[in-house]
Design a protein around this ligand. Sequence first.
Ligand code: GLC
Length: 497
Amino acid sequence: MRGLWLLQKDKKLDSKKLKILFVSSEVDGLVKTGGLADVAKSLPQALIEKGHDVRVVMPFYSTINNRDQAQWVKQAQLPSFSGSPVVDYQIYKTHSGVVPVYAIAKDEYYARPQIYAENNQGYSDNGARFAFLSCAALDCAKQIDFKPDIVHCNDWHAGLVPLLLKNRYWNDPFFNQAKSIITIHNAIFQGICPSDQVYLIPEIYTKYLVQIEETYGWINFLKAGAIFADMINAVSPNYANELLTPEGGCGLDPILRQRHADFAGIVNGCDYSDWNAQVDPYLPAHYNSNPKSFLSGKALCKQVLQKQLHLPKKEVPLYGMVCRLTEQKGVHLLISILDRFLLNDVHLVIEGTGDPILAQQLTTIALRHPQKMKFIDRYDNKLAHLIEAASDFFMMPSVFEPCGLNQLYSMAYGTLPIVRAVGGLQDTVVDYDWDKENATGFVFSDIDAMDFLAKLQRALILYLQDPDEFHRIQQQAMHQKFYWSDVAEKYLALYFK
Ligand code: GLC
Protein backbone atom coordinates (compact mmCIF):
# COMPACT_ATOMS: atom_id res chain seq x y z
CA MET A 1 0.00 0.00 0.00
CA ARG A 2 2.67 2.38 1.09
CA GLY A 3 4.72 1.36 -1.94
CA LEU A 4 1.84 2.19 -4.22
CA TRP A 5 1.37 5.55 -2.58
CA LEU A 6 5.04 6.30 -3.02
CA LEU A 7 4.87 5.30 -6.65
CA GLN A 8 1.94 7.61 -7.26
CA LYS A 9 3.69 10.38 -5.44
CA ASP A 10 6.79 9.87 -7.57
CA LYS A 11 4.71 9.86 -10.73
CA LYS A 12 3.23 13.19 -9.80
CA LEU A 13 6.68 14.54 -9.05
CA ASP A 14 8.09 13.18 -12.29
CA SER A 15 5.45 14.91 -14.35
CA LYS A 16 6.35 18.28 -12.85
CA LYS A 17 7.87 20.62 -15.41
CA LEU A 18 11.14 21.96 -14.11
CA LYS A 19 12.88 25.27 -14.52
CA ILE A 20 16.53 24.55 -15.09
CA LEU A 21 19.31 27.10 -15.15
CA PHE A 22 22.21 25.50 -17.01
CA VAL A 23 25.61 27.15 -16.57
CA SER A 24 28.35 26.31 -19.05
CA SER A 25 31.39 28.10 -20.41
CA GLU A 26 30.76 26.85 -23.95
CA VAL A 27 27.78 25.79 -26.03
CA ASP A 28 28.00 24.12 -29.42
CA GLY A 29 26.79 26.39 -32.19
CA LEU A 30 28.06 29.46 -30.33
CA VAL A 31 31.54 28.61 -29.13
CA LYS A 32 33.25 25.26 -28.75
CA THR A 33 36.61 23.88 -27.73
CA GLY A 34 35.51 20.39 -26.71
CA GLY A 35 32.79 17.92 -25.80
CA LEU A 36 31.43 20.13 -23.02
CA ALA A 37 29.94 22.35 -25.74
CA ASP A 38 28.13 19.39 -27.34
CA VAL A 39 26.60 18.42 -24.01
CA ALA A 40 25.64 22.01 -23.20
CA LYS A 41 23.58 22.10 -26.36
CA SER A 42 22.19 18.56 -26.57
CA LEU A 43 21.15 17.99 -22.96
CA PRO A 44 19.17 21.26 -22.64
CA GLN A 45 17.60 20.51 -26.03
CA ALA A 46 16.50 17.03 -24.91
CA LEU A 47 15.09 18.46 -21.67
CA ILE A 48 13.21 21.16 -23.58
CA GLU A 49 11.74 18.49 -25.85
CA LYS A 50 10.39 16.83 -22.71
CA GLY A 51 8.61 20.03 -21.78
CA HIS A 52 11.04 21.49 -19.23
CA ASP A 53 12.05 25.14 -19.25
CA VAL A 54 15.83 25.37 -19.64
CA ARG A 55 17.89 28.55 -19.91
CA VAL A 56 21.60 28.32 -20.54
CA VAL A 57 23.97 30.97 -19.18
CA MET A 58 27.43 31.46 -20.66
CA PRO A 59 29.91 34.30 -21.23
CA PHE A 60 29.36 36.60 -24.19
CA TYR A 61 32.81 35.98 -25.67
CA SER A 62 33.87 38.20 -28.54
CA THR A 63 34.35 35.03 -30.61
CA ILE A 64 30.78 33.80 -30.19
CA ASN A 65 29.08 32.87 -33.48
CA ASN A 66 26.54 35.33 -34.86
CA ARG A 67 27.40 37.75 -32.08
CA ASP A 68 25.82 40.67 -33.84
CA GLN A 69 22.51 38.84 -34.05
CA ALA A 70 22.28 38.40 -30.29
CA GLN A 71 19.54 40.45 -28.76
CA TRP A 72 20.41 42.92 -26.01
CA VAL A 73 18.26 42.22 -22.97
CA LYS A 74 19.37 44.62 -20.30
CA GLN A 75 22.06 46.39 -18.40
CA ALA A 76 22.48 44.76 -15.02
CA GLN A 77 24.46 45.28 -11.89
CA LEU A 78 25.95 42.71 -9.56
CA PRO A 79 25.25 44.22 -6.14
CA SER A 80 27.83 44.39 -3.39
CA PHE A 81 27.93 41.42 -1.01
CA SER A 82 30.02 41.46 2.17
CA GLY A 83 31.90 44.46 0.81
CA SER A 84 32.56 43.18 -2.73
CA PRO A 85 32.63 45.81 -5.49
CA VAL A 86 29.48 46.56 -7.49
CA VAL A 87 29.95 45.34 -11.06
CA ASP A 88 28.04 46.43 -14.14
CA TYR A 89 27.42 43.94 -16.88
CA GLN A 90 25.07 43.38 -19.82
CA ILE A 91 22.78 40.50 -20.62
CA TYR A 92 22.27 39.36 -24.19
CA LYS A 93 20.00 36.65 -25.48
CA THR A 94 20.87 34.27 -28.26
CA HIS A 95 20.21 30.62 -28.96
CA SER A 96 21.71 27.41 -30.14
CA GLY A 97 19.01 25.60 -32.09
CA VAL A 98 15.96 25.60 -29.83
CA VAL A 99 18.00 26.26 -26.69
CA PRO A 100 17.71 29.81 -25.28
CA VAL A 101 21.08 31.14 -24.19
CA TYR A 102 21.67 34.15 -21.96
CA ALA A 103 25.12 35.53 -22.58
CA ILE A 104 26.87 37.60 -19.92
CA ALA A 105 28.78 40.49 -21.46
CA LYS A 106 31.74 41.95 -19.62
CA ASP A 107 34.47 43.01 -22.01
CA GLU A 108 37.14 43.17 -19.35
CA TYR A 109 36.79 39.39 -18.97
CA TYR A 110 35.41 38.02 -22.20
CA ALA A 111 36.53 40.26 -25.07
CA ARG A 112 39.64 38.24 -25.94
CA PRO A 113 40.91 36.40 -29.00
CA GLN A 114 40.42 33.00 -27.31
CA ILE A 115 38.19 31.71 -24.55
CA TYR A 116 40.61 30.12 -22.05
CA ALA A 117 44.18 30.39 -23.28
CA GLU A 118 46.52 31.83 -25.87
CA ASN A 119 49.61 30.02 -27.15
CA ASN A 120 48.78 27.05 -24.92
CA GLN A 121 48.96 29.34 -21.88
CA GLY A 122 45.82 29.84 -19.78
CA TYR A 123 44.82 33.46 -19.11
CA SER A 124 46.32 34.44 -15.78
CA ASP A 125 43.00 35.87 -14.53
CA ASN A 126 40.85 32.84 -15.38
CA GLY A 127 39.89 32.61 -11.72
CA ALA A 128 38.46 36.13 -11.74
CA ARG A 129 36.77 35.57 -15.12
CA PHE A 130 34.88 32.49 -13.99
CA ALA A 131 34.21 33.64 -10.42
CA PHE A 132 32.41 36.47 -12.17
CA LEU A 133 30.53 34.00 -14.37
CA SER A 134 29.35 32.11 -11.27
CA CYS A 135 28.11 35.33 -9.63
CA ALA A 136 26.55 36.71 -12.80
CA ALA A 137 24.79 33.44 -13.69
CA LEU A 138 22.70 33.57 -10.52
CA ASP A 139 22.22 37.33 -10.69
CA CYS A 140 21.11 36.98 -14.30
CA ALA A 141 18.43 34.45 -13.27
CA LYS A 142 16.98 37.15 -11.04
CA GLN A 143 17.30 39.82 -13.70
CA ILE A 144 15.33 37.76 -16.20
CA ASP A 145 12.99 36.58 -13.45
CA PHE A 146 13.74 32.91 -13.98
CA LYS A 147 13.27 31.19 -10.64
CA PRO A 148 15.05 27.87 -11.06
CA ASP A 149 14.18 24.53 -9.50
CA ILE A 150 17.56 23.21 -10.60
CA VAL A 151 20.85 24.98 -11.21
CA HIS A 152 22.94 22.66 -13.34
CA CYS A 153 26.61 23.64 -13.23
CA ASN A 154 29.22 22.26 -15.61
CA ASP A 155 32.90 21.82 -14.89
CA TRP A 156 35.06 24.13 -12.82
CA HIS A 157 33.96 27.28 -14.65
CA ALA A 158 30.66 27.10 -12.78
CA GLY A 159 32.15 25.51 -9.68
CA LEU A 160 31.45 28.41 -7.32
CA VAL A 161 27.72 28.56 -8.13
CA PRO A 162 26.70 25.89 -5.57
CA LEU A 163 28.71 27.71 -2.88
CA LEU A 164 26.91 30.96 -3.70
CA LEU A 165 23.53 29.24 -3.50
CA LYS A 166 24.36 27.72 -0.12
CA ASN A 167 25.81 30.93 1.26
CA ARG A 168 24.97 34.19 -0.43
CA TYR A 169 21.46 33.15 -1.37
CA TRP A 170 20.59 30.63 1.34
CA ASN A 171 17.60 32.57 2.61
CA ASP A 172 16.77 34.49 -0.53
CA PRO A 173 13.16 33.56 -1.42
CA PHE A 174 14.05 33.74 -5.11
CA PHE A 175 16.28 30.69 -4.80
CA ASN A 176 14.46 28.91 -2.00
CA GLN A 177 13.58 25.89 -4.10
CA ALA A 178 16.77 25.79 -6.15
CA LYS A 179 18.88 22.63 -5.88
CA SER A 180 22.25 22.42 -7.54
CA ILE A 181 24.05 19.73 -9.46
CA ILE A 182 27.56 19.83 -10.85
CA THR A 183 28.62 17.71 -13.79
CA ILE A 184 32.30 16.80 -14.05
CA HIS A 185 33.29 16.56 -17.70
CA ASN A 186 37.01 16.48 -17.04
CA ALA A 187 38.51 16.54 -13.56
CA ILE A 188 41.98 17.36 -14.86
CA PHE A 189 40.81 20.96 -15.12
CA GLN A 190 39.83 22.14 -11.65
CA GLY A 191 40.24 25.90 -11.81
CA ILE A 192 43.03 26.27 -9.28
CA CYS A 193 43.78 29.96 -8.95
CA PRO A 194 45.22 32.51 -6.52
CA SER A 195 42.62 33.20 -3.86
CA ASP A 196 42.79 36.96 -4.39
CA GLN A 197 41.04 36.41 -7.75
CA VAL A 198 37.72 35.61 -6.10
CA TYR A 199 37.34 39.13 -4.75
CA LEU A 200 33.73 39.16 -5.95
CA ILE A 201 32.96 36.46 -3.38
CA PRO A 202 34.53 37.74 -0.16
CA GLU A 203 32.45 35.19 1.77
CA ILE A 204 35.10 32.72 0.69
CA TYR A 205 37.81 34.51 2.67
CA THR A 206 35.79 34.64 5.85
CA LYS A 207 34.12 31.23 5.78
CA TYR A 208 35.28 28.72 3.22
CA LEU A 209 38.94 29.25 2.50
CA VAL A 210 40.14 26.21 4.41
CA GLN A 211 37.63 23.90 2.77
CA ILE A 212 38.29 24.90 -0.81
CA GLU A 213 41.95 25.78 -0.56
CA GLU A 214 44.28 23.75 -2.72
CA THR A 215 47.54 24.86 -1.19
CA TYR A 216 48.16 28.01 0.77
CA GLY A 217 46.87 31.01 -1.17
CA TRP A 218 45.25 28.98 -3.95
CA ILE A 219 41.66 27.89 -4.20
CA ASN A 220 40.04 25.12 -6.21
CA PHE A 221 36.77 25.84 -8.05
CA LEU A 222 35.84 22.24 -8.86
CA LYS A 223 36.48 21.15 -5.30
CA ALA A 224 34.07 23.88 -4.17
CA GLY A 225 31.50 22.51 -6.62
CA ALA A 226 31.95 18.96 -5.33
CA ILE A 227 31.57 20.10 -1.72
CA PHE A 228 28.58 22.41 -2.06
CA ALA A 229 26.46 21.00 -4.90
CA ASP A 230 23.44 18.96 -3.83
CA MET A 231 24.31 16.29 -6.40
CA ILE A 232 27.43 15.54 -8.40
CA ASN A 233 27.82 13.48 -11.52
CA ALA A 234 30.53 12.42 -13.91
CA VAL A 235 29.93 11.84 -17.61
CA SER A 236 30.09 8.04 -17.43
CA PRO A 237 29.68 5.43 -14.67
CA ASN A 238 33.17 4.10 -15.24
CA TYR A 239 34.70 7.58 -14.99
CA ALA A 240 32.71 8.14 -11.79
CA ASN A 241 34.32 4.98 -10.38
CA GLU A 242 37.76 6.10 -11.50
CA LEU A 243 37.25 9.46 -9.79
CA LEU A 244 36.67 7.66 -6.51
CA THR A 245 40.18 6.20 -6.58
CA PRO A 246 43.45 7.93 -5.64
CA GLU A 247 44.89 7.00 -9.07
CA GLY A 248 42.02 8.49 -11.08
CA GLY A 249 40.56 11.05 -8.71
CA CYS A 250 42.89 13.96 -9.57
CA GLY A 251 42.92 14.78 -5.86
CA LEU A 252 39.12 15.01 -5.63
CA ASP A 253 38.68 11.39 -4.56
CA PRO A 254 38.50 11.98 -0.78
CA ILE A 255 35.63 14.44 -1.22
CA LEU A 256 33.87 12.30 -3.78
CA ARG A 257 34.18 9.25 -1.53
CA GLN A 258 32.63 11.24 1.30
CA ARG A 259 29.82 12.28 -1.00
CA HIS A 260 29.41 8.85 -2.54
CA ALA A 261 25.64 8.77 -1.94
CA ASP A 262 25.17 11.95 -4.00
CA PHE A 263 27.55 11.00 -6.79
CA ALA A 264 26.47 9.33 -10.04
CA GLY A 265 27.79 8.55 -13.53
CA ILE A 266 25.76 9.19 -16.69
CA VAL A 267 27.07 8.49 -20.19
CA ASN A 268 26.58 11.32 -22.67
CA GLY A 269 24.38 10.89 -25.70
CA CYS A 270 24.99 11.27 -29.40
CA ASP A 271 23.18 13.97 -31.30
CA TYR A 272 21.80 12.01 -34.23
CA SER A 273 20.57 15.15 -35.93
CA ASP A 274 24.24 16.11 -36.37
CA TRP A 275 25.55 12.57 -36.78
CA ASN A 276 23.33 10.73 -39.20
CA ALA A 277 25.00 9.18 -42.25
CA GLN A 278 21.68 9.19 -44.09
CA VAL A 279 21.38 12.96 -44.21
CA ASP A 280 24.71 14.46 -43.09
CA PRO A 281 25.18 17.51 -45.35
CA TYR A 282 28.97 17.23 -45.05
CA LEU A 283 29.11 13.81 -46.71
CA PRO A 284 29.44 13.28 -50.45
CA ALA A 285 27.35 10.09 -50.21
CA HIS A 286 24.66 9.03 -47.78
CA TYR A 287 24.12 5.55 -46.44
CA ASN A 288 22.29 3.45 -43.89
CA SER A 289 23.04 0.07 -42.35
CA ASN A 290 21.53 -1.81 -45.25
CA PRO A 291 24.57 -3.69 -46.72
CA LYS A 292 24.30 -2.35 -50.25
CA SER A 293 23.82 1.26 -49.22
CA PHE A 294 26.44 0.92 -46.51
CA LEU A 295 29.21 -0.50 -48.68
CA SER A 296 28.74 1.85 -51.60
CA GLY A 297 28.17 4.94 -49.42
CA LYS A 298 31.22 4.38 -47.27
CA ALA A 299 33.39 3.52 -50.29
CA LEU A 300 32.46 6.78 -51.95
CA CYS A 301 33.18 8.79 -48.81
CA LYS A 302 36.59 7.13 -48.63
CA GLN A 303 37.39 7.94 -52.25
CA VAL A 304 36.44 11.58 -51.80
CA LEU A 305 38.57 11.87 -48.67
CA GLN A 306 41.54 10.25 -50.40
CA LYS A 307 41.21 12.66 -53.28
CA GLN A 308 40.80 15.70 -51.04
CA LEU A 309 43.89 14.81 -49.03
CA HIS A 310 45.99 13.66 -52.01
CA LEU A 311 46.20 10.08 -50.89
CA PRO A 312 46.37 7.43 -53.63
CA LYS A 313 42.92 6.23 -54.61
CA LYS A 314 42.92 2.60 -53.48
CA GLU A 315 40.89 0.24 -51.37
CA VAL A 316 42.99 -0.07 -48.24
CA PRO A 317 41.82 0.14 -44.64
CA LEU A 318 41.59 3.71 -43.43
CA TYR A 319 42.33 4.61 -39.81
CA GLY A 320 41.01 7.99 -38.70
CA MET A 321 41.47 10.16 -35.64
CA VAL A 322 40.04 13.56 -34.71
CA CYS A 323 41.08 14.99 -31.39
CA ARG A 324 42.70 17.72 -29.38
CA LEU A 325 46.43 17.12 -29.51
CA THR A 326 47.10 16.39 -25.86
CA GLU A 327 48.60 13.55 -23.91
CA GLN A 328 45.09 12.86 -22.54
CA LYS A 329 44.11 11.63 -25.98
CA GLY A 330 47.10 9.27 -26.19
CA VAL A 331 48.59 11.07 -29.18
CA HIS A 332 52.08 10.29 -27.84
CA LEU A 333 51.25 6.56 -27.89
CA LEU A 334 50.25 6.79 -31.52
CA ILE A 335 53.33 8.81 -32.43
CA SER A 336 55.66 6.20 -30.99
CA ILE A 337 54.27 3.37 -33.15
CA LEU A 338 53.31 5.19 -36.36
CA ASP A 339 56.43 4.35 -38.38
CA ARG A 340 56.00 0.69 -37.55
CA PHE A 341 52.30 0.58 -38.24
CA LEU A 342 52.71 2.39 -41.53
CA LEU A 343 54.77 -0.52 -42.86
CA ASN A 344 51.33 -2.02 -43.53
CA ASP A 345 49.32 -1.16 -46.60
CA VAL A 346 46.97 1.26 -44.83
CA HIS A 347 45.91 4.89 -44.86
CA LEU A 348 45.88 7.02 -41.74
CA VAL A 349 44.33 10.46 -41.30
CA ILE A 350 44.60 12.63 -38.21
CA GLU A 351 42.88 15.96 -37.66
CA GLY A 352 43.40 18.16 -34.64
CA THR A 353 45.08 21.10 -32.99
CA GLY A 354 46.73 21.57 -29.63
CA ASP A 355 50.17 20.90 -28.24
CA PRO A 356 52.64 22.33 -30.80
CA ILE A 357 55.23 19.65 -30.02
CA LEU A 358 52.81 16.82 -30.80
CA ALA A 359 51.70 18.69 -33.93
CA GLN A 360 55.31 19.02 -35.08
CA GLN A 361 55.97 15.33 -34.52
CA LEU A 362 52.88 14.33 -36.48
CA THR A 363 53.84 16.68 -39.31
CA THR A 364 57.31 15.15 -39.51
CA ILE A 365 56.02 11.57 -39.56
CA ALA A 366 53.38 12.41 -42.17
CA LEU A 367 56.09 13.86 -44.41
CA ARG A 368 57.95 10.55 -44.21
CA HIS A 369 54.83 8.68 -45.42
CA PRO A 370 53.12 11.00 -47.91
CA GLN A 371 51.39 8.10 -49.68
CA LYS A 372 49.91 6.72 -46.48
CA MET A 373 49.41 9.34 -43.82
CA LYS A 374 47.97 12.86 -43.65
CA PHE A 375 47.91 15.19 -40.69
CA ILE A 376 45.56 18.15 -40.74
CA ASP A 377 46.70 20.67 -38.17
CA ARG A 378 43.42 22.53 -37.71
CA TYR A 379 39.89 21.81 -36.62
CA ASP A 380 37.52 21.58 -39.55
CA ASN A 381 34.09 20.27 -38.61
CA LYS A 382 33.15 19.34 -42.16
CA LEU A 383 36.32 17.32 -42.58
CA ALA A 384 35.77 15.71 -39.17
CA HIS A 385 32.42 14.38 -40.42
CA LEU A 386 34.02 13.05 -43.59
CA ILE A 387 36.82 11.35 -41.64
CA GLU A 388 34.25 9.67 -39.38
CA ALA A 389 32.32 8.36 -42.36
CA ALA A 390 35.22 7.46 -44.64
CA SER A 391 37.29 5.59 -42.06
CA ASP A 392 37.07 1.90 -41.34
CA PHE A 393 38.55 2.36 -37.89
CA PHE A 394 38.64 5.33 -35.53
CA MET A 395 41.48 5.58 -33.02
CA MET A 396 41.05 6.77 -29.42
CA PRO A 397 44.00 5.51 -27.38
CA SER A 398 43.14 7.91 -24.54
CA VAL A 399 45.11 7.90 -21.31
CA PHE A 400 41.88 8.97 -19.65
CA GLU A 401 38.52 9.78 -21.18
CA PRO A 402 35.63 10.93 -19.00
CA CYS A 403 33.10 9.99 -21.66
CA GLY A 404 34.34 10.54 -25.17
CA LEU A 405 31.94 11.41 -27.96
CA ASN A 406 33.87 10.49 -31.10
CA GLN A 407 33.49 6.77 -30.45
CA LEU A 408 29.71 7.32 -30.46
CA TYR A 409 29.92 9.26 -33.73
CA SER A 410 32.12 6.53 -35.22
CA MET A 411 29.68 3.80 -34.32
CA ALA A 412 26.82 5.81 -35.80
CA TYR A 413 28.78 5.85 -39.06
CA GLY A 414 29.68 2.15 -38.99
CA THR A 415 33.31 2.96 -38.26
CA LEU A 416 34.83 0.69 -35.65
CA PRO A 417 36.39 2.51 -32.70
CA ILE A 418 39.75 1.25 -31.43
CA VAL A 419 39.87 2.53 -27.86
CA ARG A 420 41.59 2.10 -24.56
CA ALA A 421 39.52 0.57 -21.74
CA VAL A 422 39.16 3.74 -19.73
CA GLY A 423 36.36 6.06 -18.58
CA GLY A 424 33.39 6.26 -20.89
CA LEU A 425 35.23 4.41 -23.67
CA GLN A 426 34.99 1.26 -21.60
CA ASP A 427 31.30 1.89 -20.96
CA THR A 428 30.42 2.29 -24.62
CA VAL A 429 32.62 0.02 -26.78
CA VAL A 430 32.57 -3.81 -26.73
CA ASP A 431 35.84 -5.45 -27.77
CA TYR A 432 35.78 -8.00 -30.56
CA ASP A 433 38.09 -10.42 -28.81
CA TRP A 434 36.26 -10.28 -25.50
CA ASP A 435 32.76 -10.67 -26.86
CA LYS A 436 32.55 -11.49 -30.57
CA GLU A 437 28.80 -11.71 -30.58
CA ASN A 438 28.15 -8.24 -29.20
CA ALA A 439 31.32 -6.53 -30.39
CA THR A 440 31.22 -2.94 -31.60
CA GLY A 441 34.94 -2.22 -31.86
CA PHE A 442 38.33 -2.98 -30.36
CA VAL A 443 39.51 -2.29 -26.84
CA PHE A 444 42.99 -2.53 -25.32
CA SER A 445 43.81 -2.24 -21.64
CA ASP A 446 47.11 -0.68 -20.74
CA ILE A 447 48.68 2.69 -21.46
CA ASP A 448 51.16 0.90 -23.64
CA ALA A 449 51.99 1.78 -27.22
CA MET A 450 52.66 -1.88 -28.05
CA ASP A 451 49.20 -2.93 -26.84
CA PHE A 452 47.72 -0.22 -28.97
CA LEU A 453 49.77 -1.32 -31.98
CA ALA A 454 48.62 -4.90 -31.41
CA LYS A 455 44.98 -3.77 -31.55
CA LEU A 456 45.56 -1.75 -34.73
CA GLN A 457 47.04 -4.90 -36.28
CA ARG A 458 44.24 -7.07 -34.89
CA ALA A 459 41.70 -4.82 -36.56
CA LEU A 460 43.65 -4.99 -39.81
CA ILE A 461 43.60 -8.79 -39.76
CA LEU A 462 39.84 -8.86 -39.33
CA TYR A 463 39.47 -6.39 -42.20
CA LEU A 464 41.68 -8.43 -44.52
CA GLN A 465 40.77 -11.97 -43.57
CA ASP A 466 37.08 -11.90 -42.82
CA PRO A 467 35.27 -9.09 -44.62
CA ASP A 468 31.82 -10.55 -43.88
CA GLU A 469 32.50 -10.67 -40.18
CA PHE A 470 34.00 -7.17 -40.32
CA HIS A 471 30.83 -5.85 -41.95
CA ARG A 472 28.67 -7.63 -39.38
CA ILE A 473 30.49 -5.79 -36.58
CA GLN A 474 30.26 -2.50 -38.45
CA GLN A 475 26.51 -2.89 -38.74
CA GLN A 476 26.20 -3.91 -35.14
CA ALA A 477 28.07 -0.74 -34.15
CA MET A 478 25.76 1.28 -36.33
CA HIS A 479 22.72 -0.12 -34.55
CA GLN A 480 23.90 1.07 -31.12
CA LYS A 481 21.88 4.06 -30.02
CA PHE A 482 22.87 6.61 -27.42
CA TYR A 483 19.82 8.86 -27.53
CA TRP A 484 19.97 12.17 -25.68
CA SER A 485 16.35 11.67 -24.81
CA ASP A 486 17.32 8.60 -22.71
CA VAL A 487 20.22 10.51 -21.16
CA ALA A 488 17.88 13.36 -20.25
CA GLU A 489 15.67 10.86 -18.36
CA LYS A 490 18.66 9.91 -16.24
CA TYR A 491 19.41 13.55 -15.45
CA LEU A 492 15.76 14.10 -14.60
CA ALA A 493 15.96 11.22 -12.12
CA LEU A 494 18.93 13.02 -10.50
CA TYR A 495 17.09 16.35 -10.49
CA PHE A 496 14.07 14.80 -8.81
CA LYS A 497 16.27 13.08 -6.27
C1 GLC B 1 35.33 16.46 -21.88
C2 GLC B 1 35.88 15.04 -21.75
C3 GLC B 1 35.19 14.09 -22.73
C4 GLC B 1 33.67 14.22 -22.60
C5 GLC B 1 33.26 15.68 -22.78
C6 GLC B 1 31.78 15.91 -22.63
O1 GLC B 1 35.74 17.03 -23.07
O2 GLC B 1 37.29 15.02 -21.97
O3 GLC B 1 35.55 12.75 -22.46
O4 GLC B 1 33.04 13.44 -23.58
O5 GLC B 1 33.91 16.47 -21.81
O6 GLC B 1 31.27 15.47 -21.41
